[in-house]
Design a protein around this ligand. Structure first.
Ligand SMILES: NC(=O)c1ccc[n+]([C@@H]2O[C@H](COP(=O)([O-])OP(=O)(O)OC[C@H]3O[C@@H](n4cnc5c(N)ncnc54)[C@H](O)[C@@H]3O)[C@@H](O)[C@H]2O)c1
Length: 259
């Protein structure tokens, strides 16, 4: 088992890619702290892990709230004694037809309202940073080399027409802060960045049919990714197999960014 005895916090683990990673990390021997604002989804993830014989607890945490990030790390250390892995996966992407004022596909950028900008950047970028802020000191006191995996998006590298300014800016920031954290906290902590392409989760379910078709046609491997496709890369980065890898960028996109 590749994560035997390690403790991992996975944010946004009540759904999609975070849940897939939580299940995989637990199968590989990790104690998993499932963090999410979605309590129902979080408890379901824990139940699935326990049914498969793994170890996990749920902690409700809104990653945009500093106090809740601190409490999340304290929960992990208090429950399992140390913290070795942080997978900053929680994210939001607001689209127009979900009742928001503006969105990903059909609103001109100047109409982007302040509150959507603030919420997107608060969750995706500030939330990533805040979890790192409290996890890093805990990892420094823990055994071995800590591993942080931050989730950006191919949107930070390849901008399709109609992309959300707030979303791509937040994800570009995640890429930048990953490198800075990596060099600041080496060699005790490795910090890497994941760039998922279109992955079949509730998040892409929000896309218009037109954008769904565009994103499928632009994947050379001919399909959307599955949450497990990304989880396997996250497992590699979390494990000692990646012991010489830090400040690096990993695209998991079926070739989307190459065309
Ligand atoms: N699905 C894709 O095509 C795709 C592509 C590129 C990047 N991503 C990124 O991958 C990550 C995972 O997304 P997903 O596809 O699994 O989507 P998802 O919507 O299934 O999961 C996101 C999870 O994050 C949680 N979350 C939202 N705000 C939160 C907050 N403030 N605090 C804690 N948890 C919060 C949600 O409740 C949800 O459980 C996100 O960062 C997303 O931006 C997704």
């Amino acid at each position: 088992m590749r994560l035997e005895g390690k403790t991992a916090i996975i944010t946004g683990a009540g759904s999609g890619q975070g849940r897939a990673a939580a299940l995989l990390f637990a199968r590989e021997g990790a104690n998993v702290v499932v963090a999410d604002v979605n309590e129902k989804g979080g408890h379901e993830t824990v139940a699935e892990i326990e049914a498969a014989g793994g170890k996990a607890t749920f902690k409700r945490a809104d990653v945009s709230d500093e106090g809740q990030c601190k409490a999340l790390v304290e929960h992990a250390v208090g429950t399992y004694g140390q913290l070795n892995i942080l997978y900053n996966n929680a994210g939001v992407w607001y689209v127009a037809h979900h009742g928001y004022v503006v969105g990903e596909t059909d609103a001109p950028s100047p109409l982007l309202t302040q509150n959507i900008w603030d919420r997107t950047v608060d969750v995706n970028l500030k939330g990533t940073y805040l979890c790192c802020k409290y996890a890093i000191p805990a990892m420094q006191k823990s055994d071995g080399i800590g591993a942080i995996i931050n989730v950006s998006s191919v949107g930070a590298i390849r901008v399709g027409r109609g992309a959300s300014d707030a979303y791509i800016s937040s994800k570009g920031g995640v890429m930048a802060v990953t490198r800075n954290l990596a060099i600041e906290h080496a060699p005790k902590i490795r910090c890497n960045c994941l760039f998922p392409g279109p992955i079949e989760t509730p998040m892409v379910g929000q896309m218009t049919d037109e954008r769904k078709q565009w994103s499928r046609e632009n994947v050379p491997l001919g399909r959307w990714g599955q949450p497990e496709d990304v989880a396997r890369m996250a497992l590699f980065l979390a494990s000692d197999d990646a012991s010489f890898i830090t400040a690096a960028m990993f695209v998991v996109d079926g070739g989307f960014t190459a065309i």
